[in-house]
Design a protein around this ligand. Structure first.
Ligand code: AN0
Ligand code: CP
Length: 321
């Protein structure tokens, strides 16, 4: 595997899930693969889970790891081409990328959407430059439009907790005080469509996800109806994807707190499990009692980030050897 960005990159999902089970049962069995190999993790944005779980995964595989927090100690990087660099940015990404590639075998990138220029974000401009100029395989650790390590971990978790062959999985928008990217819901939708689940998306009008991710998945604007019979509730806030009105891209269109997942919402479901990628703002996305309830699986979900990252790095290492 040369790049890990979209669900297609992982190939057959059943095979990937089987590999995840093998990795989880014996996570140090592939230590030889990473010997004298270096993963460079580049963070343009904050992280707790991705940082720790991906580093742990690399260590499981015997790799060396270098972590670069671009905004803490590195030169400020210019990402646009054709600008006169007389501002506060000392180095251009187009020199920095091949230099970074020289010190490692694999690259992981976290670079969130700016949420001002839809075309720039949805073209994955930063990641595409890394793919083109680093000379190294590149893995998304949440980029402008995708978060595949999260979606893979989510699918592993659903497989572990499902009680019916084809569970009903509901992705629900929930309110938030800041404009957040669409990467998590985009990837979740993309992976759920590829998986063997009954997938439904619910959100207020104007929050329609981009068709390249949501495809022809069922969209139900009535949150109550969507929750009926659900086996998994996957809550997430996202800002306006700008599908119907490009001028609204990245904006907060709705602050309706009736979308917050509380005990009444959960009572509409078939004793659904509650999921969220974390970090989560309590009281906005979900109430304390729901996230602390026995139905909440947010902690095992986060723990599975180590498993998804181990499978992905293992496959990238195998492609190098
Ligand atoms: C980010 C987001 O919504 O994309 C990261 C989630 C994994 N969340 C925040 O910035 C709070
Ligand atoms: N879920 C997730 O990616 O968390 P972090 O932003 O803390 O890495």
């Amino acid at each position: 595997m040369r790049t890990f960005i979209n669900v297609e990159d992982i190939g057959n999902l059943q095979a990937a899930l089987q590999e995840a089970r093998e990795v989880k049962a014996n996570r140090f069995a592939w230590q030889h693969l990473g010997r004298n190999r270096t993963l460079l993790m580049i963070f343009f944005n904050n992280s707790l889970r991705t940082r720790l779980s991906t580093q742990k995964a690399a260590m499981n595989l015997g790799m060396n790891v270098i972590v670069l927090d671009v905004n803490q100690g590195a030169w400020k990087l210019e990402t646009e081409r054709g600008v006169i660099m007389d501002g506060d940015k000392s180095e251009h990404l187009l020199e920095a990328i091949p230099v970074m590639g020289a010190y490692c075998d694999l690259i992981g990138i976290r670079s969130f959407a700016g949420l001002t220029d839809r075309e720039y974000d949805y073209a994955e401009t930063v990641v595409q430059q890394f793919i083109r100029y680093s000379g190294r395989p590149v893995m998304a650790m949440e980029t402008a439009t995708v978060h595949p390590l999260q979606a893979f971990a989510d699918l592993i978790t659903i497989e572990e907790y499902k009680t019916v062959e084809r569970p009903k999985v509901v992705l629900t928008w929930a309110p938030h005080c800041r404009a957040l990217p669409q990467a998590v819901p985009n990837s979740f939708a993309q992976w759920m469509r590829a998986a063997d689940v009954d997938f439904v998306v619910t959100h207020p009008e104007g929050y329609e996800l981009d068709a390249r991710f949501v495809g022809n998945a069922r969209v139900e604007y009535d949150q109550h109806k969507a929750f009926e019979g659900a086996d998994f509730i996957y809550a997430k806030n996202w800002s306006c994807p700008g599908v119907t009105r490009p001028e609204d891209y990245g904006k907060i269109l709705c602050d309706d707190r009736s979308w917050t997942v509380d005990a009444a919402h959960m009572s509409w479901t078939r004793e659904a499990r509650f999921m969220h990628c974390l970090p989560v703002r309590r009281g906005l996305i979900v109430t304390d009692d729901v996230i602390e309830s026995a139905q909440s699986i947010v902690i095992p979900e986060a723990a599975n980030r180590e498993i998804s990252a181990t499978v992905v790095l293992k496959r990238m290492l195998e492609a190098l050897n």
